[in-house]
Design a protein around this ligand. Structure first.
Ligand SMILES: Nc1ncnc2c1ncn2[C@@H]1O[C@H](COP(=O)(O)OP(=O)(O)O)[C@@H](O)[C@H]1O
Ligand SMILES: [Mg+2]
Length: 258
């Protein structure tokens, strides 16, 4: 089982969109996938078309509270895809964990308590912040994917994020890799896009990581799919953005299963 998380404390960089597209792509490639929505905004839960069922049932919070014996059971969506949903209840997690010993290890522990061998991949969508919750996501990860919009100002937060990853690494019992950076909402007509990608490639190389070759293009289909509760692949299979995510998914699989 490999845990891959999508992290960037900046909002609106396509963490949720990429988490869904990747989970969907991996499940169609016959991998067993669990997605964990770890954002109190519950955008991934909503994009999966699940909003109303779970409003009073913050699964992701219960998932952390193992000691209370309230195990959250992943909801099976298809043969290969299951989800731990989220809602505003997860807001309480930060306060709850803040004063605890080993506070950054709760999510990892909860994942390790999952029945063995059921999932090939656990994909975690995280919230746009650098909080105890984010530290939990970092510590739970075998690999981290960082989606970013190639524009001025996108780099500011990334160094801070990398510092946090290093801090967690220094106390983590296992390897936490930065699998790579994903260029999202790319507009190739803009010179600033290419410039930003080049800068990011340099930065990635410095830390022994990579920028994935396939960029996800800016496209309305990506913005529309969530309101239909469909993956981008089901909503608009022939769109550029669906094709980009397919190619990215293959690239990620090649990197992670190499
Ligand atoms: N390639 C894309 N082209 C156009 N809009 C996109 C694309 N990817 C994501 N979006 C839209 O941009 C917004 C932010 O994306 P989202 O995945 O929610 O980001 P985050 O989870 O990082 O906050 C959403 O409305 C989403 O539908
Ligand atoms: Mg999100």
């Amino acid at each position: 089982m490999k845990v891959i998380s999508l992290i960037n404390q900046k909002g609106g960089v396509a963490k949720t969109t990429t988490a869904y597209a990747l989970a969907d792509g991996l499940s169609r490639r016959n991998r067993k996938v669990l997605v964990i929505d770890f954002d109190p905004q519950g955008s991934l839960t909503n994009a999966l078309g699940l909003e109303d069922e779970n409003v009073d049932d913050p699964q992701s919070l219960r998932f952390l509270e193992l000691e209370k014996g309230m195990r959250a059971v992943p909801l099976n969506l298809t043969h290969n895809l299951a989800v731990i949903t989220s809602d505003a209840g997860l807001e309480r997690a930060n306060d709850m964990l803040l004063t605890r010993i080993g506070r950054e290890r709760y999510l990892r522990r909860a994942i390790e308590k999952l029945p063995d061998c059921i999932y090939d991949y656990v994909i975690i969508d995280s919230n746009p912040s650098l909080s105890v919750c984010t530290l939990n996501v970092i510590a739970a990860s075998d690999e981290i994917l960082i989606p970013f919009k190639p524009e001025f100002g996108s780099f500011k937060g990334i160094d801070l994020l990398l510092e946090n990853v290093d801090a967690v690494r220094s106390i983590a019992p296992k390897k936490i890799g930065i699998l790579g950076f994903v260029v999202t909402m790319a507009d190739a007509r803009r010179a600033s896009t290419l410039q930003a990608v080049e800068l990011m490639e340099e930065r990635a190389e410095e830390i022994g990581s990579r920028v994935f070759k396939r960029h996800i293009r800016l496209a309305v289909a990506a913005a529309d799919a969530p309101s239909y509760g469909k993956s981008i692949h089901d909503y608009a299979p022939n769109s550029n953005v669906a094709k980009d995510y397919e190619a990215l998914c293959d690239e990620i699989l090649a990197a992670v299963e190499a």
